[in-house]
Design a protein around this ligand. Structure first.
Ligand SMILES: NC(=O)c1ccc[n+]([C@@H]2O[C@H](COP(=O)([O-])OP(=O)(O)OC[C@H]3O[C@@H](n4cnc5c(N)ncnc54)[C@H](O)[C@@H]3O)[C@@H](O)[C@H]2O)c1
Length: 281
């Protein structure tokens, strides 16, 4: 093991959705740790550019190319390219997903299927094809970006929450089936994070303030918060975590009780009640 805390140097990591909001940050943080990278997204030029930039800035080996994670041919070609370039794959980070808004009663079947295809089938195909390589190697680590919406539904977002709940289960199934081959599979569940996927939510300041109040830590997540969790789960520091979910939400999931109104506000209500009970003593 290397001297650095994470011990990721010289590992080979494949990242899907690499030029998206979270993917970019995750890619950069791996590059800082001297991890060699295969950066995958739909736009070939952007992927290549990112790979070139990171290779130059951090002295790593990086390739970037277009790969549609829903296509068997495209994913198999990606595996071949990674094998040819690096000879192995130590880490897979599944990030590529889509979010399409629509109330359930109006959701066209085509939209439902498209979301399932990208968010579920894409994660499965990437995991299966790179998983076969990891089984041969008898080692590998997978980190799947899920969401807190896999635990409680994000309403009017079509198939999004259902697909993400399925990803969390797929991650656990991979751990259960492939743990014996030295493979670990874990999921990260972010909540509110500012990225191109969510940018439109923050154009309205009232919406941003309302969201901030729902977070125990009273701030919207940054992409670095998620990248830190991904690096930890990809590293040897989490060697005994397999089939887990790491919720990275600033305490969003613990806030439900705090959001239930009480007269005068919850904190003030508690202070008043306490003062009244003390006065009686
Ligand atoms: N942004 C948030 O607030 C938030 C919260 C919770 C979870 N997430 C999850 O984080 C992940 C990243 O989200 P983001 O905010 O960075 O989104 P984003 O839209 O910025 O990035 C997603 C990337 O995936 C790529 N992609 C889409 N379909 C693809 C396909 N078939 N093949 C290859 N690449 C494809 C897109 O081109 C894009 O670059 C997603 O899994 C999302 O569900 C985001």
């Amino acid at each position: 093991m290397s001297n650095s805390w994470l011990g990721l140097e010289n590992d080979v990591c494949v990242i899907t959705g690499a030029v998206g909001g979270m993917g970019l940050e995750i890619s950069r943080e791996f590059a800082k740790q001297k991890v060699n990278l295969a950066l995958i997204d739909l736009d070939e030029t952007k992927c290549q550019q990112l790979a070139d930039d990171l290779a130059k800035e951090y002295g790593i080996k990086a390739i970037g190319f277009a790969c549609n994670t829903t296509s068997e041919e495209s994913v198999d070609a990606a595996v071949a390219k990674v094998k040819k370039t690096f000879g192995r794959c130590d880490i897979l980070v599944n990030t590529a997903a889509i979010l399409r808004f629509c109330p359930l009663e109006d959701l066209p079947l085509s939209e439902w299927n498209t979301t399932i295809n990208v968010n579920m089938t894409g994660y499965f195909l990437m995991s299966q094809r790179f998983g076969r390589l990891m089984i041969e190697q008898k080692s590998g680590r997978m980190v799947h970006i899920s969401t807190v919406a896999s635990h409680s539904p994000e309403t009017y977002s079509g198939a999004y929450s259902s697909t993400k709940a399925a990803i969390s289960m797929l991650s656990k199934q991979i751990a259960a089936e492939w743990g014996q081959f030295g493979i670990r599979s874990n999921a990260v569940c972010p909540c509110f994070v500012k990225t191109p996927l969510s940018r439109k939510f923050y154009e309205d300041k009232a919406v941003e303030e309302g969201r901030t109040r729902m977070i125990a830590s009273r701030r919207i997540g940054e992409t670095i918060d998620i990248a830190n969790a991904v690096l930890y789960l990809a590293s040897r520091r989490s060697d005994y975590s397999n089939g887990t979910e790491l919720v990275v939400d600033g305490g969003y999931e613990v806030m439900l009780g705090d959001l239930v109104p009480r007269p005068g506000g919850r904190r003030q209500f508690a202070l008043d009640q306490h003062a009244a009970s003390q006065a009686k003593k």
